[in-house]
Design a protein around this ligand. Structure first.
Ligand code: 5GP
Length: 227
């Protein structure tokens, strides 16, 4: 009776530095076949252990700017240290048309751009349990110098101020809990009435007639009730 939109949903997952969003997203993808991840383009340098086409498509600044000119991005931003990050339009469109729900793991600025274009986008903000925990995780990672760490903290505080622009906030105390919360959000979102495309009200008289004519059904008292 109810026909829902076949097209997938756009889901934005942002989060403060070291909130563990990468791990949460990986787990979500592992557990949910219908979820797809948009792989962004970036002009930042590849880090140790990263692979082109896995974490990002790594391009030069010139190549990125060429793509901006060609209108290849759904959104893009100059996120950190003057480096570009952008979401490819074509790949996202193709996944949505296949009925997949697509996760964009992007920053607050990019999230706002997408929300303006597609107001039905689901915006989720992942937070570490505390800034103390963030400090611990950054130290444990030990990949950056002090200047970079300070910059990360500044961006994190700015992003926390933007949290009200999101629909949901999920504290990542434990990956399993955070994943469960996000799955619950996605299930609820599928039940939203604004995802209903059509409500077909069948011909009630015909249905009653068929019911009354059904040989297996003792309808002697029903006739009386319907009179
Ligand atoms: P990282 O360099 O640590 O991988 O990512 C830095 C930041 O860039 C993160 O906050 C991440 O969410 C954001 N980011 C990654 N891809 C995109 C993108 O396509 N667009 C935007 N706006 N931000 C992105």
């Amino acid at each position: 009776m109810i026909k829902q939109k076949k097209q997938g949903s756009l889901i934005i997952i942002s989060g403060t530095t070291c909130a563990g969003k990468g791990t949460v997203v990986k787990e979500l993808l592992k557990r949910n076949e219908n979820l797809g991840l948009s792989i962004s383009y970036t002009s930042r340098a590849m880090r140790e252990g990263e692979k082109n086409g896995v974490e990002y498509f790594f391009v030069t600044q010139e190549e990125f700017e060429e793509k901006i000119k060609n209108g290849d991005f759904l959104e893009y931003a100059n996120v950190q240290y003057g480096k570009y990050y952008g979401t490819p339009k074509k790949e996202v469109r193709e996944m949505l048309e296949l009925g997949k729900d697509v996760i964009l793991e992007i920053d607050v600025k990019g999230a706002q751009q997408v929300k303006e274009m597609f107001p039905e986008t689901i915006l989720i903000f992942i937070m570490a349990p505390s800034m103390e925990e963030v400090k611990r995780r950054i130290k444990a990672r030990g990949k950056e110098n002090n200047e970079q760490i300070i910059k990360r903290f500044q961006v994190a505080y700015q992003e926390i101020n933007e949290i009200t622009k999101y629909n949901y906030v999920v504290v990542n105390d434990e990956v399993k809990n955070a994943v469960q919360k996000i799955e619950a959000i996605l299930i609820s979102e599928k039940c939203r009435v604004d995802r209903i495309e059509e409500i077909a009200v069948e011909n009630q008289e015909e249905i009653i007639h068929e019911f009354l004519m059904d040989k297996d059904f003792d309808n002697s008292t029903l006739y009386d009730k319907l009179k």
